[in-house]
Design a binder for this molecule. Structure first.
Ligand code: B1H
Length: 752
């Protein structure tokens, strides 16, 4: 392959060994761009368009080198010149186009779609500041704009694309592209990111994410998920969504025509997967364009569009199920509002069940629109799909049982083992041969479950990953992690249902236990990471509790040598790539029924962590695969939780009054502790947990403490633990996103 030294000489006039990391990084980015520019888009009559408000890509260089088959060679050439690929990669800025699991799922899917050679592109928005950057100041989260663009060198193009007609004005869009390469493929797909001509970055100050939300013509693509706690913010989200889908619809039609469609046969040329309800307005927008610009009769347009859109549901949390006042949609696009009214009228005529109406009391239920006028609705894990069918969407399931299907989430092995854990990938190669890289099948490891050589190699892999993680935490935020510590990790968005507060209560328990003289056999490091929505007060309070506990414990010489609490600042894909390979314990402790799937659970398992979990989301499937003894489960079942909600019979107070629990909850407001933090935040959180505890942390707390202690005890049987690690890795193949995508294609898309 290319001699990097020659490239360096021609690009910078000096040998590779004399390049700075930054120069080597741009040089490699250019190499990737050149290679991918030479690839033709994956061809096929029927094309998939995966529309999503988020694509949480992570850094691209390593992933692209892996997929182009250049990784080993580049790494070796850099090393010969005294450079290291991981240090070179540090110069790359991570695009800030996503927020959590839903956005990372979209990124894994693009990788798998390309890898399977399926013709399918992503469509989203090019947010200038993306999701906010998180800083900790006085043990609280500060949200800053993340000016990732500008510094970034991954976007291609920026050509003027389409006119988008809003009610009061029309705007012009710009189209950027990020090439999506498949593993070992000769063709590529693309992520198409739309931006607005005329966006004004100067509306955003350097030190805050506040901006004038009413200046839509200048602010439309500044931020992902602008604060929707006021009306201006909610209206801005509707503007963004309409802008995204109008561009998507125009692109889809133009490309279909280019490929030979007469538009009456559009459904043979395009299929649209909408990632949650954010892109639902693509349905009325496609209908509008077919009617207004292509002279199609309304009925035919509805018919065609209803055969080409599929919807993925990612949550049953009521507050995340989008409902927009029709009046908002009217203000953004009266044509779209009119079409939604007509679509609603058809449903009202055919079905009396109020639960399935699209417009209820002047509010548009986006999911209802997507289900009635789509071909498919899927949940993202078996339990989640069952809950959709049996309770959340049961009225729809009765009407359209054939539309419902499950697609358990998955993760791409290119990023989540080959990219982030090369020593593990190497061990898998030497133990199994390299076929797992394309098949995802790791079950051959089970033949080595008692092979001491493999188990001890696995222990070395983990030790190595811990070394990289310790270096990262030191560099990132000056944290020193003891070498032999157990690494126990909960990383995900901060949300009450995910119950970071329950782990915080365990920490208080453990702190007191160590104070009482029960010193653990080795240091325990508990690591949190995650951002809280700026308008979500209790989530901010939870971060404050964790950070205050971290300081409190670090300052206590009796406990600090045995227990450490860390919270990674600005948790993102890059941080995940450092933390996940190092973890011994994967915390997946959501209130059963509330986490639709989870995907970090899969990444941890693949990297040999043992899961400590409730039977929620995909944890249920993990538990079935690895079997008892290789996973730790606890807590109320989803049926029990649903019953408690239905009866309204959960009483936080009655749990709070138990002396063992009261001691822990009241620690938050003990005068010494509170003096170290914000009394307002700690009291508010205390009162919420003691009095309301909507996500029932206290219900499961006692059992959680018991099981967690058992996990730490079992960790000390190092041989038995290594076997558990191995069994987890061996079963992780089920969660390859290649499997998930093959199922989407087989059941819904029918491409190729
Ligand atoms: C998931 C979201 C989400 N589900 C709305 N829903 C948002 C919805 O700001 N918004 O408007 C943001 C995020 N995200 C996650 O999707 C689930 O909680 C996970 O359980 C699941 O693994 C992931 C991917 O399916």
């Amino acid at each position: 392959m290319t001699r990097l030294n020659d490239l360096a000489l021609s690009a910078y006039g000096r040998p590779l060994a004399d390049l700075s990391n930054q120069q080597a990084c741009s040089m490699l980015q250019d190499l990737v761009k050149e290679r991918s520019a030479a690839l033709a888009p994956t061809a096929g009559k029927r094309r998939l368009y995966y529309i999503s408000a988020e694509f949480l890509l992570g850094k691209l260089l390593t992933n692209n080198l892996i997929n182009l088959g250049l990784y080993e060679d580049v790494k070796a050439q850099l090393e010969d010149a005294g450079l290291s690929l991981s240090e070179v990669e540090e110069c790359e800025v991570e695009p800030s186009l996503g927020n959590g699991g839903l956005g990372r799922l979209a990124a894994c899917f693009l990788d798998s779609i390309a890898t399977l050679g399926l013709p399918g592109d992503g469509i989203g928005l090019n947010y200038h500041f993306g999701l906010f950057r998180q800083k900790f100041v006085q043990n609280q989260q500060l949200a800053l704009p993340d000016a990732w663009l500008g510094e970034e060198d991954v976007l291609v193009g920026g050509r003027e694309a389409f006119q988008v007609p809003f009610a009061d004005f029309t705007v012009t869009s710009k189209l950027y592209t990020i090439d999506v390469l498949g593993y070992g493929r000769k063709t590529k797909n693309r992520l198409r990111l739309f931006d607005l001509v005329g966006v004004d970055d100067t509306l955003v100050p350097h030190d805050s994410i506040e901006f004038d939300k009413r200046e839509v013509r200048r602010n439309l693509t500044l931020f992902l998920y602008p604060d929707d706690s006021d009306e201006d913010g909610r209206l801005l989200r509707v503007y963004q969504q309409y802008f995204m889908v109008s561009n998507a619809a125009q692109l889809i039609l133009a490309e279909a025509v280019e490929r030979g469609s007469n538009l009456h046969d559009l459904a043979d040329y395009a299929v649209v997967q909408i990632n949650d309800t954010h892109p639902t307005m693509v349905i009325p927008e496609l209908i509008r364009l077919l009617e207004e610009e292509h002279d199609m009769a309304f009925d035919e347009a509805v018919n065609i569009v209803s055969r080409m859109v599929a919807y993925t549901n990612h949550t049953i949390l009521a507050e995340a199920l989008e409902k927009w006042p029709l009046a908002f949609i009217e203000r953004v696009s009266p044509q779209i509002a009119a079409i939604i009214r007509k679509l609603d009228a058809r449903i009202a005529k055919n079905y009396d069940d109020p639960a399935v109406q699209i417009i209820q009391d002047g509010v548009v239920h986006m999911a209802h629109l997507a289900i009635h006028y789509g071909i498919s609705v899927n949940g993202v894990a078996a339990l989640h799909t069952k809950i959709l069918e049996e309770s959340e969407l049961s009225s729809f399931y009765r009407i359209y049982p054939e539309k419902f299907n499950n697609k358990t989430n998955g993760i791409t092995f290119r990023r989540w083992v080959m990219g982030c854990n090369p020593p593990l990938a190497h061990l898998l190669d030497t133990t199994l041969g390299s076929e797992w890289r394309t098949t995802g099948d790791l079950t051959g490891l089970l033949d080595h479950a008692d092979d001491q050589d493999v188990l001890s190699a696995l222990a070395d892999v983990k030790a190595d990953a811990k070394g990289r993680m310790r270096a990262f935490m030191l560099e990132n935020q000056g944290a020193h992690i003891p070498e032999d510590a157990i690494i126990d990790v909960q990383v995900k968005r901060i949300h009450e249902y995910k119950r970071q507060q329950m782990l915080a209560l365990y920490i208080i328990w453990k702190y007191l236990d160590i104070k009482n003289g029960n010193v653990p056999p080795r240091p325990i490091t508990i690591v949190f990471g995650g951002k809280a929505a700026p308008a979500y007060t209790i989530a901010q309070d939870i971060i404050h509790l964790i950070l205050t506990l971290s300081t409190w414990i670090a300052n206590d010489p009796d406990v600090a040598p045995h227990l450490q609490v860390l919270m990674v600042e600005n948790y993102n894909v890059t941080a995940a790539e450092h933390l996940i390979p190092a973890a011994d314990i994967s915390e997946q402790i959501s209130l059963a029924s509330k986490e639709a799937s989870g995907t970090s659970n899969m990444k941890f398992m693949l990297n040999g962590a043992v899961t400590l979990c409730t039977l929620d989301g995909a944890n249920v499937e993990i538990a079935d695969l690895v079997g008892e003894g290789n996973i730790y489960t606890f807590g109320a079942s989803s049926e029990e939780v649903e019953r408690l909600y239905a009866e309204g019979s959960y009483d936080a107070r009655s749990y709070y009054r138990r002396p063992g629990i009261k001691l822990l909850v009241d620690f938050m407001t003990n005068p010494h502790f509170i003096a170290m933090g914000s009394a307002e935040r700690l009291r508010r959180l205390h009162d919420d947990v003691a009095g309301k505890d909507w996500f029932m942390a206290l219900l499961d707390l006692e059992e959680y403490i018991q099981v967690k202690e058992a996990v730490y005890r079992d960790f000390e049987d190092r041989g038995a633990w290594a076997r558990k690690e191995l069994v987890n890795i061996a079963h992780a193949g089920t969660f390859s996103s290649d499997r998930t995508i093959a199922q989407y294609n087989g059941d819904i898309w029918h491409l190729g």
